[in-house]
Design a protein around this ligand. Structure first.
Ligand code: UDX
Ligand code: ADP
Length: 457
């Protein structure tokens, strides 16, 4: 083997990223470690800890050949020359910056583990999303080692999205690598570039200084989220003016400067990154004395909260101002299609608000039921979970579509209508169903930012 790469943190980012690196670079040994034993056992088994289309195949090809999963963090640190750090950086829930700043305790603990157990020089790569200038703090910690070792810090943020992670990693729009502009920093940068050159065309590998790379990751997520909040804010205006958000988005997206992607109105964005990264950006702007810039970006999160709340208000208003005691089916709990991940899913907000209104919930999702159970474990109220959509719909007054799973379109809505209470409602929070056809079958249908179809007016 040419080199040994270690990844600390076997989560949604570390696991798939390293699996693809190992698959594409058979002459590198790739070890992925995590303190979570259950997670590592799952990575070693046929039931991977995360659902990601195509991932099983990639892991099966590389595992045992040059891809290894282990809980032995110390042995990994000792062996590897390149260490990717992909531990979680959640929003701080305590002390200064609570609710906005990133909680870097796991990162710092990792840096200290690296110092303690290293016996030779290493390249340390930031893979987790981090506030700009984190590398500076890391450098100080790593340079505090008394063993005379040299640690080069590289920023190599990950841009893959869940549900399409494998394809995104195999064919990235770009790979970003940031390093200090010192000879040692540039040498380390080349070592990381060499890994990607195994499958990524050189013109797609963008190199920058360390701080630009760190900031680019935060701003990329903020810009993407901002597009969604922009469209979602306009969906509210469409409902007041008989304009149709699908028509507005697609006509607007024809402008090559705007482009057609990421303009789908929804009940709001979820996922582990968008909200956390924007709040992190807001905190940084406040920290650097830029309150106007902070307020600008914070509005993106506020509109996201507003959109979910607006959706619940619409449900209440159309269901005669009360859902108490009424059974409501939630179709889709994952934060997006093709994943079982429910972190920051708008379905959590919507479900909690409806439970507060004393609705009875029956939840259906093709991959996220286990996580949904955990998310709602402490919520008072009656909740049931169903693999089968027809079972979930039985006896309900309304169906809420909260995730854009393709299969939701193919369900037999005639059959569903028959087992529901009347009047039967559908609130399509993702605009994926055929609203007119459902109306003709007897449903009262409420899309987002489009005309509603009601038999009740
Ligand atoms: C995001 C970024 O896309 C990725 O580059 C980064 O590395 C991690 O964060 P992810 O959160 O996995 O990826 O999924 P993404 O496809 O970006 O979707 C985020 C949320 O936005 C989902 O809840 C999705 O349903 C929602 N969304 C997306 C919309 O509501 N409308 C859209 O048009 C697109
Ligand atoms: P992401 O979506 O960024 O990948 P996850 O929460 O899915 O985040 O994964 C981060 C992983 O990092 C978790 O599995 C967690 O157990 C692991 N982790 C956190 N701190 C350490 C540490 N000091 N050593 C090893 N693994 C760690």
């Amino acid at each position: 083997m040419k080199k040994t790469i270690l990844c600390i943190g076997a989560g949604y980012v570390g696991g798939p990223t390293m699996a693809v690196i190992a698959d594409k670079c058979p002459d590198y040994k790739v070890i992925v470690v995590d303190v979570n034993e259950k997670r590592i056992k799952a990575w070693q088994s046929d039931e991977l800890p995360i659902y990601e289309p195509g991932l099983d195949e990639v892991v099966r090809r590389a595992r045992g050949r040059n891809l290894f999963f282990s809980t032995d963090v110390v042995a990994g640190i000792k062996e590897a020359g390149i260490i990717f750090v992909s531990v979680n950086t959640p929003t701080k829930t305590f002390g200064a910056g609570a609710g906005k700043a990133a909680d870097l305790q796991y990162w710092e603990k990792t840096a200290r583990d690296i110092i303690e157990h290293s016996g030779h020089d290493k390249i340390v790569v930031e893979k987790s999303t981090l506030p700009v200038r984190t590398a500076e703090a890391m450098r100080r910690i790593l340079e505090s080692n008394t063993k005379g070792l040299n640690f080069d810090i590289i920023s190599n943020p990950e841009f893959m999205a869940e549900g399409t992670a494998v394809g995104d990693l195999q064919h990235p729009d770009r790979v970003l690598i940031g390093a200090l502009e010192t000879p040692s920093g540039q040498k380390a940068l080349q070592a990381i570039k060499d890994i990607y050159l195994n499958w990524v065309p050189e013109e797609r590998i963008k190199t920058t200084n360390l701080w630009s790379s760190e900031l680019t990751k935060l701003v990329s997520n903020a810009m993407l989220a901002q597009r969604i909040s922009s469209v979602n804010s306009i969906s509210a205006l469409c409902e007041k003016t008989d304009a149709n958000i699908l028509e507005v988005s697609s006509a607007m997206g024809l402008d090559s400067r705007i482009g057609p992607k990421f303009l789908r109105a929804s009940i709001g964005f979820g996922g582990s990154c968008f909200k956390k990264d924007i709040l992190n950006l807001v905190y940084l702007c406040e920290f650097y004395g830029l309150p106007e810039v902070a307020a600008y970006w914070e509005q993106v999160v506020k509109i996201n909260d507003y959109q979910a709340e607006r959706f619940v208000r619409k449900i209440l208003m159309n269901m005669f101002n009360s859902v108490a005691g009424k059974k409501i089916a939630v179709f889709g709990f994952a934060f997006k299609a093709d994943t079982g991940d429910t972190r920051e899913s708008p379905a959590i907000t919507v479900s909690k608000m409806l439970l507060e209104e004393r609705a009875v919930l029956s939840i259906h999702d093709p991959k996220a039921l286990e996580n949904a159970r955990l998310d709602l474990a402490d919520c008072p109220g009656e909740i049931s979970y169903h693999e089968d959509p027809y079972e979930a719909a039985a006896g309900t007054h309304a169906i809420l579509v909260l995730t854009e799973w393709k299969q939701f379109r193919d369900y037999d809505y005639r059959k569903i209508f028959e087992v529901m209470e009347k009047p039967a409602f559908i609130f399509d929070g993702r605009n994926i169903l055929d609203h007119r056809a459902l109306f003709e079958q007897g449903f009262n249908v409420y899309p987002l930012g489009q005309r509603e179809y009601s038999h009740l007016t």
